[in-house]
Design a protein around this ligand. Structure first.
Ligand SMILES: [Zn+2]
Length: 442
């Protein structure tokens, strides 16, 4: 109890320090985008490259022609692609950008730009007339500057149920929301009533209560052009589980299983006995996949034929990757050893100082060194890949100084001596210039 109290006190201190710090810095009310410039027609499609992040604190992002919206912790930021200026999505005068009153605090579980507004899903309790009410998982939208928050639709068949502890993981695609609920995939026109949601795949429970089944299969939703895909990890007769990809044809309503993780004897030695690919990307009738420790592959979704595109193990034995429509970006971070388990960012990986860039045809483009960041930040312990946009690769450098009383289990640096320091950076593949974009020091 004493310990919990001490942790609470230190949390309160940290939060209030942050408040003072940001307030005293007088963060300028940013030049927030009042509209989205340029052609937004392509933005109604799923942005594959924005769904590649491995950064625990930056899982959600979307982009326009000129900028990128991303969420760090519960707060959404807007980043200008050209200038690399990032600013919290809140223009409120005197706001310290910490707490429920901040416009930027969206606590999103997914971010999408569609038809001139920013959409997000949120599964938290909402404040209504001074009290907190559980409205379940819903889609909201705001203007591009973070104002004018509106409820768009419910994604919860049982408002007040248990989805705030589970995942509907929706995607927004061409004006339709796709989401999963208790192992069933649904489609619902944006703004439509959830009672009109159309079942696409999976068996609905006969229990009319339909509380969210937290043990139901989890779907990772994807889209390429007009086609919807979803990946499910499915138990096999031999007792293993395999990533299995399905394709949904919105015109014919047909769902078809089109790919499964290949067996080890087809693609060589696996890093572990696991049968999930490390990272994957579906585009133009192919699934591209990277296996940590075992190279870069693609498989035709028509013929099922698998081919190796590059021997990435010649550059790095391990690593994490992000894809874009043009590149595979591979960082040489390594799995933690038992001896190295300490106060880290709980990703299971550590280090990482070189990016290897490949074309999607497997051709090696170049290696980009990130070593100067390690020289600048002596506490830098892990670089995590976020996403690739155009020729820019975004990543988070974790330079947190973990205190002696740090706590690796709860994900919080913890302890009086810990200083959490996470720096959003970008490296340009063509110019090789590294830009430090935003530095969160708590
Ligand atoms: Zn604010």
């Amino acid at each position: 109890m004493k310990k919990i109290f001490a942790i609470m006190i230190s949390l309160i201190l940290i939060v209030s320090m942050v408040g003072c710090k940001r307030g005293s810095l007088g963060m300028k009310n940013p030049l927030l985008p009042s509209h989205i410039d340029g052609d937004t027609s392509t933005l109604s499609d799923f942005q594959k490259n924005m769904h590649q992040s491995h950064v625990r604190n930056i899982l959600y992002a979307c982009e326009t022609d000129d900028g990128i919206y991303f969420q760090w912790e519960a707060y959404v930021y807007y980043l200008e692609k050209e200038s690399k200026n990032a600013t919290v999505l809140c223009g409120k005068p005197d706001c310290v950008h910490w707490g429920d009153d901040c416009n930027a605090r969206l606590q999103a579980r997914g971010l999408w730009v569609y038809d001139g507004r920013l959409y997000y899903s949120n599964r938290n309790y909402v404040e209504e007339n001074g009290t907190y009410v559980n409205r379940g998982n819903r889609i909201y939208s705001v203007k591009p500057d973070g104002t004018d928050r509106r409820v768009v639709q419910a994604l919860d068949f049982v408002p007040g149920g248990n989805t705030e502890t589970s995942r509907t993981d929706p995607i927004l695609h061409q004006g339709v929301t796709y989401f999963t609920y208790s192992g069933v995939l649904y489609a619902l026109p944006l703004g439509g009533d959830i009672e009109d949601a159309e079942r696409i795949w999976g068996e609905e429970s006969e229990d009319p209560g339909m509380f969210f089944n937290t043990t139901a299969p989890h779907y990772t939703l994807w889209a390429d052009g007009d086609t919807i895909y979803f990946m499910v990890n499915i138990g096999q007769p031999d007792g293993t589980d395999k990533d299995t990809l399905y394709r949904f044809n919105a015109a014919s309503k047909e769902v078809k299983e089109i790919w499964k993780t290949p067996d080890a004897d087809e693609v060589g030695q696996w890093e572990t006995t696991g049968v999930s690919v490390s990272q994957w990307y579906v585009m133009g009738g192919y699934i591209y996949f990277y296996l940590s420790g075992n190279d870069f592959w693609r498989a035709s979704l028509e013929t099922g034929e698998t081919e190796k595109l590059a021997d990435t193990h010649e550059k790095t034995e391990y690593g994490n990757a992000v894809f874009s429509d043009d590149y595979l970006c591979l960082l040489n971070d390594t799995p933690r050893t038992a001896a190295a388990v300490g106060y880290d960012d709980l990703t299971g990986y550590t280090g990482g100082n070189t990016l290897y860039i490949y074309g999607l045809d497997g051709g090696f483009v170049k290696a980009l060194s990130l070593k100067t960041l390690y020289e600048e930040y002596e506490n830098l312990n892990h670089i995590q890949l976020a996403f690739c946009s155009g020729d820019d690769v975004y990543f988070l450098a974790n330079a947190t100084a973990y205190g002696q009383s740090g706590n690796a289990e709860n994900g919080w640096a913890g302890g009086e001596q810990a200083v959490r320091n996470e720096i959003l950076c970008c490296v340009n593949i063509k110019t090789e210039e590294i830009t430090q974009i935003y530095n969160w020091v708590l």
